[in-house]
Design a protein around this ligand. Sequence first.
Ligand code: DC
Length: 335
Amino acid sequence: MKAIRGATTLVSDTAEEVRKKVGEMLLQIVSENKLNMSDIICIMLSSTSDIHSIYPAKAAREAGFSSCPLYSSLEPDMDGSLALCVRAMLLVETDKPVKHVYLHKAKALRKDIASVINIAIDGPAGSGKSTVAAIIAEKLDILSLDTGAMYRATALKCLKSGIDYAEKDQVKHAVENINLRVEYKDGKQLTLLDGEDVSGEIRTPQISMLSSYVSSYPFVRDKMVQIQRRIASEVSCVLDGRDIGTNVLPDCPFKFYLTATPEVRAERRFEQDKIKGTSQTYEQILEEINERDKQDKNRAVAPLKCAADATVIDTSYMTIEEVVAQILAKIQEKI
Ligand code: DC
């Protein structure tokens, strides 16, 4: 006899959602372990105390697991534990090694067996998310994906093609033919446009504004989100952007939203630019930040918004090290 573990999370506490997620988890356990129904001796299920709509055991029975004893229990409330979570333990007759199944946000419970781990960091321009994402990725020995760089490269493509970015069809044509790749050298992201490394070229004030503009086109977002989801499904990475927690990876177990006042963000940019030797004044940077916030927050598709289940960190009066420490502590709590 062997024991197989499973866990999954729900989006909401409805009977329909419990049926869907419990059925999905149990069927996946059966298929991944090549079980026959007659191999299952019993199924024990437990749920967190925020689930009231239906017993998970009833949902399991309704999903076709009716020939073995089923049992549901309630888990104690623990600080920092996953919300809306159903766990399973199946006792089975099998000689083969067993595979445990962790789905949705429950992947975070077993970092050792979940194939990839993604961390979402969203926030407005200048909130420190790219810097923080790169440090977190280095500390966890995973990659960092700066999704803003992809929108910036798209804007550069429009600029280089000499098209009018306010003309939807022209932008669409440029994006359909875009050859955009992300590579890593010594752990650092390189953004390649048509085979050329444009990592430096995309960091100008003009491209900042242009990228914010072109990112509001749904077909641009579709293309970028498709690439981002593929990368996130293949490798463990920290993704920073505007819509990672809300749209790109809504099931991501680790979501953070960094924010800071526009004045603090402008001051940071001004200090960074001084080192690089660029010449915008503090007032110009503040105006650009306010304008970009407005564009990023008000676009119709996937606007900059804090996910309901994200941890919000106001970085205005925090050092980078403090922000990194807070994020790492939160991740540790869950794994
Ligand atoms: O993070 P950044 O400043 O490099 O991003 C440039 C622009 O790209 C930003 O103003 C809005 C857009 N963007 C987006 O719409 N969604 C993302 N996930 C990342 C960036």
